[in-house]
Design a protein around this ligand. Structure first.
Ligand SMILES: Nc1nc2c(c(=O)[nH]1)N[C@H]1C(S)=C(S)[C@@H](COP(=O)(O)O)O[C@H]1N2
Ligand SMILES: [Mo]
Length: 517
């Protein structure tokens, strides 16, 4: 047991040392973070997305807890191995460190300095294990059997039988020394890791020339339980592969626009502000939003028109794509045409009147009406390369998702809630529908497979936002189903055919069950 304990303490000490090193070096990820992010990456795309959507915002805490639990088990094993020779335990720690090295060097945008936390952490592992095992070694040399302490513990043998009291005392002293040291290093690392809070403070001090956005008077259908037409920043869905949200210093941030252009641009945050802001309501949607899902939100965005910036750079003939890269290395490709036509494609600096929250891409992200986020909405943007689809592959397209991702026309029932009881009689049914950059023409509902009836639509400022709708059905007492379908302004009516989110968005009608009493 003491060997296992010594191993676990050594394991914790190494994690504290590596975490503090990463924090001091201002690295985005500590080694355990890098391992967790590598786990995300080697998990097949569709499986990862299903898991993410299954556990929601708990995905990262759960994954981190899993990585740390795994490490503790391996550390205990390293401790137990050390009983039969210190080098065995140290070798096991080195093997774990090798896995961490593999995870770290495969992170995008990394350099050699990223290995420092792993190296120092591994040194802590092996030296602390040696330090603790040294005093255990004295004792087990005096024991007759190697597994003695375990057997003694299991049979309830008295303490005196375990070993000479002085060696026990020196072991406990060393445990105290290592424990205190680990705690000090962990706390120190946290203090150094205040980068994020510094960026948060700088963000709070920013005064941008933006407005808050007026929700159109008739946008809300005024039915309790319908998602608000404007989704507050704190409620807005979040999807990203980055484990640690990048904390970017506005004063050092640069955007490079290059590739097939006449003139390469390097822009600061102030350069963007100097060009003047444009503002628009745009509904952002995730391709992995299942029918009836909640990975969609509508906000007032303020930013710089991408079309104007691209015109300054001057795209070359033959270019048809813009490859974006974020600070954390994530990539996506957007049709050049969608960024140069007259839609409000922008480099957004603000969301609902305030600087972008860190989680939503601070300081600069893309927003492109009509396209799913995975092919257009790069957060923590640092690089735009004008290129050709034939020459690139981006994060999700490498994982089996379609290279182009126009948003599919969809509708969702928010009221009544699925599987809820309601009062029989006249029943209000309401929700949202969207067909970004095409516009919603009509939303219809059907009770129990009966005829489709047209609902009333809330107002919208443009074709780039979702629309609220509401209707009434006559619900006799009993179990019912209600379905919704939307028709967009191109004349397309949603198909009933249920298709999965992979590779380019789900299709099918949202249908819910409810009971009237
Ligand atoms: N850097 C980066 N940007 C990203 C992603 C990402 O994983 N990394 N995910 C994209 C996807 S799939 C979607 S749906 C939107 C979500 O934006 P939100 O989190 O602000 O709602 O961001 C996009 N931008
Ligand atoms: Mo997405």
């Amino acid at each position: 047991m003491r060997y296992a304990g010594a191993g676990m303490l050594a394991g914790l000490a190494g994690v504290a040392v590596s975490g503090a090193t990463a924090a001091v070096l201002r690295q985005r990820l500590s080694p355990p973070d890098a391992v967790a992010e590598a786990v995300i990456e080697v998990t097949p795309g569709p499986v990862a997305l299903y898991l993410i959507h299954l556990v929601g915002r708990w995905d990262k805490p759960l994954l981190m807890a899993g990585v740390l639990a795994g490490l503790l088990v391996l550390s205990a094993l390293a401790g137990l191995s050390a009983r039969r020779g210190l080098w065995r335990g140290q070798l096991l720690f080195c093997a774990v460190a090798a896995v961490a090295v593999a995870a770290v060097v495969t992170r995008p945008g990394g350099d050699l300095a990223d290995l420092a936390p792993v190296v120092l952490g591994a040194l802590a592992w092996t030296s602390v294990l040696g330090y603790l095992a040294a005093v255990l070694g004295q004792r087990s040399a005096g024991s007759q059997t190697t597994g003695r302490d375990e057997v003694a513990g299991a049979t309830g043998a008295t303490r005196a039988e375990i070993g000479p009291p002085d060696s026990r005392r020196s072991f406990l002293t060393r445990v105290g020394v290592v424990g205190a040291g680990t705690l000090a290093v962990a706390v120190g690392g946290r203090l150094f890791g205040r980068r994020r809070s510094r960026v948060e403070e700088a963000r709070a001090r920013l005064r941008l020339p933006v407005s808050g956005g007026e929700v159109p008077e008739d946008a809300e259908v005024e039915v309790d339980g319908v998602t608000p037409w404007r989704v507050d920043n704190g409620d807005f869905y979040q999807i990203h592969t980055a484990l640690a949200v990048p904390a970017i210093d506005v004063s050092t941030w640069r955007l490079r626009i290059h590739g097939m252009v006449r003139r390469e641009l390097r822009l600061t945050y102030q350069d963007l502000l100097d060009r003047g802001l444009t503002e628009a309501w745009v509904t952002l949607a995730c391709v992995s939003n299942p029918v009836g899902g909640e990975l969609i939100g509508n906000a007032w965005w303020s930013g710089i028109r991408i079309a104007d910036l691209l015109a300054e750079a001057g795209p070359a003939a033959g270019a048809d794509a813009v490859l974006q890269t974020s600070e954390d290395g994530w990539t996506c490709g957007t049709p050049l045409a969608a960024l140069t036509d007259d839609r409000d494609a922008m480099l957004a600096l603000a969301m609902n009147g305030e600087p972008l929250p860190l989680e939503h891409g601070f300081p600069v992200r893309m927003v492109v009406p009509g396209l799913y986020g995975y092919v257009s909405a790069t957060k923590w943007l640092v690089d735009l390369e004008v290129t050709r689809f034939d020459d690139i592959s981006a994060y999700w397209t490498q994982r089996g998702w379609s290279a182009e991702g126009p948003v599919r026309t969809q509708s969702r029932i928010d009221v009544p809630r699925a599987n809820h009881g309601v009062r029989a009689g006249d029943l209000r049914v309401a929700g949202v529908a969207w067909a970004q950059h095409t516009g919603i023409e009509k939303v219809e509902i059907s009770l129990d497979g009966g005829p489709w009836t047209t609902t009333e639509l809330g107002g919208v400022p443009s074709v780039d936002t979702w629309v609220q709708w509401s209707g009434t059905v006559q619900a006799e007492p009993g179990n019912h189903k209600v379905s919704v379908r939307a028709t967009d302004r191109s004349g397309y009516t949603q198909t009933a055919v249920r298709r999965d989110v992979v590779p380019d968005g789900a299709t099918g009608w949202h249908t819910i069950d409810f009971t009237a009493e």
